[in-house]
Design a protein around this ligand. Sequence first.
Ligand code: BGC
Length: 369
Amino acid sequence: MSTLAASGAAAKPGSAKKTSFGKAPGGEDVDLYTLTNKNGAEVAISTYGGVVVSLKVPDRHRKLGDVVLGFDSVDGYVGDKSYFGAIIGRYGNRIWHAQFTLDGKTYTLAKNNGENTLHGGIKGFNKAVWTAREISAKDGQALELTYLSKDGEEGFPGNLHVRVVYTLTDANELKIEYFATTDKNTVVNLTNHSYFNLLGVGLGSGDILGHVLMIEADKFTPVDSGLIPTGELRGVTGTPFDFRNPTAIGKRVDSDDEQIKLGKGYDHNFVLRRKMSDRISLAARVTEEASGRVLEVWTTEPGVQLYTGNFLDGSAQGKGGVPYAKRMAFCLETQHFPDSPNHPKFPSTELKPGERYHTTTIYKFSTEK
Ligand code: BGC
């Protein structure tokens, strides 16, 4: 185990640790970086998939608990099909029939979800080994991950240079900044796929049905049976998708609603109520009464995917051998809307040479009495 103390004026008490996390299928060494803030909160990030492996934040009694699902070593992530904690790219969520047209040219992508492409294809960014570098940050400890996605990877055009910076701030925030540049016109939609349970994720901890959720969205994007958006932006009023007033996730998750049935629960993109003048705005807030933990999600993105772990079936043995069952966690994946390359009316996901893709999402933890 080596200790990499942050250098210079920005050095913080509690330096980042680097440990071995195993080997990737290609034989590459995989490292686990643990960042700690001045409150003792801690995040561990793997260079395989840029995965958030654990995230320990205080409850109302200042007791730290791990609030994300994951695995004890890289092997769990190699076999994983649920994208636990991973960086998702090049394209978060689905692209219809694994194809899109850009500048008159049709690109065919890898199919990994029936006829569609999900989360970047067969070998998305979640299966890449990233290059890590500890960097100094004014507000906490930061880790930079970089990856070159080559022209044609999974069918996407352009060499895409991707940089993701994770910062654990002293305000108990996990800040994620995504940057990318390309040498050909392409599409990009990056996110993180952490599965949260604010009760903590140890053996015997409960499901997320009692977590109370607020989402700053007046509309959502309804889907077809392949979970592809129909193109409609539908008002949430009178539907199980109205989270403008804080509501328990479990209250309507099994309701007799066509969209809920298609998603087998919540698996939908919400259209965030964002003021374009605000660089970053509140997307969602989740509170959990027993622990007192509160999670706020802030983002520069126009959408957020609420996924309630509908496809978890207990077959994944997570950290400490805990089986991850249905509704054990929720995801709030900040993003541009699914299948945007096939929906010219959705906010554009195109990136051109000379442009810089830059988005920010903050998962902010606090407690209430
Ligand atoms: C998708 C789900 C999918 C899950 C895990 C979510 O972003 O919307 O349909 O099952 O990721 O892959």
